[in-house]
Write a protein that binds this ligand. Structure first.
Ligand code: PEP
Ligand code: MN
Length: 333
C-alpha cells in the first residue's frame, strides 16, 4: 500500500502518522520527492483502514500495490534512484561507463587497461578477481591478489572499482571495493543478497541467464529489504534460441524495468553477445533505449586474455565507441 502525503503536510503530523503505522507492525519505506512524500507500507496491510488514512488532512491519496516487489517498485518511489559511487552518479540522467577486462590478470594488465579506459571516457573500472567459470579447469581469477591489483589500478587512475563477489564468506575482502557485482549465476543466491543488503554499498545486480524481470526485481528487493537502497540492475543477455551469439540481449527489459522500478538499469553488451564486433551496435542501442550505463569488457591484448577475449574490445575500439555513445545520448535527450 502507498500513502501519498500532501506537499504542505507538517513534519510533526507526518511523524505521527509514520509512528502509528509502525505501531501496526508495518515497515515504512519513505520517499521524499520534490513535489510529494510517498510512504510505502510493507507487511500485512489487510487490516489497514484505507478510508481512515485517506480521510486524514495530510493525506492526498491511498493505493494498494499488488506487485510482490515493494521497495524497488516505482510506485513506492516515483523519482529515479541515483546511485552514488564517490563522485560518480548513476541513474536519473547520469550515465555510467564501466569498462575493463573480464578478469584481472596482472598489475601491468589492469593498470594499462584502467588508464586506457579512463582516457577514453570510462568513469568506473571493472575487473573480475573471483570468476564464476562454467568449467572448474578454467582460470578462476586471482582472488584476493586480484582485488589488491584493482586497488592499485584505482590508485593510479582514480577510477572506482566494480568487481564480482561470489560468496558471503569473501565479504571481509571486499570492504573497500566501491561497487559489488552480483553475477548472473548468483542472482538468486538469497543469502548473498541479504548480506549485501547489510553493507550499504552500491550493488550491481546482473539478471540471471534464464530469469524473468519479476525475478530480477525480487532479487533487488532482497537487497533493499535488508536496508540497502544502492542497487543497480543490469541486463546482460538471456538464454533463447540464439545460435550465433552467446545470449540474446533483451533490450526491451530496459524501458520495462524503468517503468516498474526507480532503480538505475545498465546494459552489458559484452556477455550478451560474446562477440567483440557485436558490442558497439548493441551498446549504442542500449543508450538509445534509455539505459543508465554500460558495462563493457576491454582488454589490451584480447587474443591472449585469460577469459572472454572474444568479446573484449581493444582500448582504441572502446574509445571510438564512447564517442558514439555520447552522440546517441545527446540525440535522445
Ligand atoms: C562478468 O561480468 O564478469 C560476468 C561473469 O558476467 P555475468 O555474471 O553476467 O555472466
Ligand atoms: Mn566476462
Amino acid at each position: 500500500m502507498i500513502v501519498v502525503l500532501k506537499k504542505e503536510a507538517s513534519q510533526a503530523k507526518k511523524d505521527q502518522l509514520i509512528d502509528w503505522l509502525k505501531g501496526m507492525g508495518l515497515g515504512i519505506h519513505i520517499s521524499v520527492g520534490e513535489y510529494q512524500t510517498v510512504l510505502g507500507l510493507i507487511g500485512d496491510t489487510s487490516k489497514v483502514d484505507m478510508d481512515l488514512i485517506g480521510s486524514l488532512d495530510i493525506v492526498d491519496s491511498v493505493k494498494r500495490v499488488t506487485d510482490t516487489f515493494k521497495c524497488v517498485n516505482r510506485q513506492f518511489h516515483p523519482d529515479d534512484t541515483v546511485v552514488s559511487v564517490g563522485d560518480v552518479k548513476i541513474g536519473g540522467g547520469n550515465f555510467a561507463m564501466i569498462a575493463g577486462p573480464c578478469s584481472v590478470e596482472s598489475e601491468e594488465q589492469i593498470v594499462e587497461v584502467a588508464k586506457a579506459v579512463k582516457a577514453a571516457g570510462a568513469n568506473l573500472l571493472r575487473g573480475g578477481a573471483f570468476k564464476p567459470r562454467t568449467s572448474p579447469y578454467d582460470f578462476q581469477g586471482l582472488k584476493a591478489e586480484g582485488l589488491e591489483l584493482l586497488r592499485i589500478a584505482r590508485k593510479e587512475t582514480g577510477l572506482p572499482i566494480v568487481t564480482e563477489i561470489m560468496s558471503v564468506s569473501d565479504l571481509p575482502l571486499f570492504e573497500d571495493v566501491d561497487v559489488l557485482q552480483v553475477g548472473a549465476r548468483n542472482m538468486q543466491n538469497f543469502d548473498l543478497l541479504k548480506e549485501l543488503g547489510n553493507t550499504g554499498k552500491p550493488i550491481l545486480l546482473k539478471r540471471g541467464l534464464a530469469n524473468t524481470l519479476k525475478e530480477l526485481l525480487m532479487s533487488a528487493e532482497y537487497i533493499m529489504a535488508s536496508g540497502n537502497e544502492q542497487v543497480i540492475l543490469c541486463e546482460r543477455g538471456i538464454r533463447t534460441y540464439s545460435d550465433y551469439m552467446r545470449n540474446t540481449l533483451d533490450l526491451s527489459a530496459v524501458p520495462m524495468l524503468h517503468e516498474l522500478s526507480h532503480l538505475p538499469v545498465i546494459v552489458d553488451p559484452s556477455h550478451a553477445t560474446g562477440i567483440a564486433r557485436m558490442v558497439p551496435p548493441m551498446a549504442l542501442s542500449a543508450a538509445a533505449c534509455g539505459a543508465d550505463g554500460l558495462i563493457i569488457e576491454v582488454h589490451n591484448d584480447p587474443i591472449h586474455a585469460l577469459c572472454d577475449g572474444a568479446q573484449s574490445l581493444k582500448p582504441e575500439e572502446y574509445a571510438e565507441l564512447v564517442k558514439k555513445v555520447n552522440a546517441v545520448r545527446e540525440a535522445i535527450m
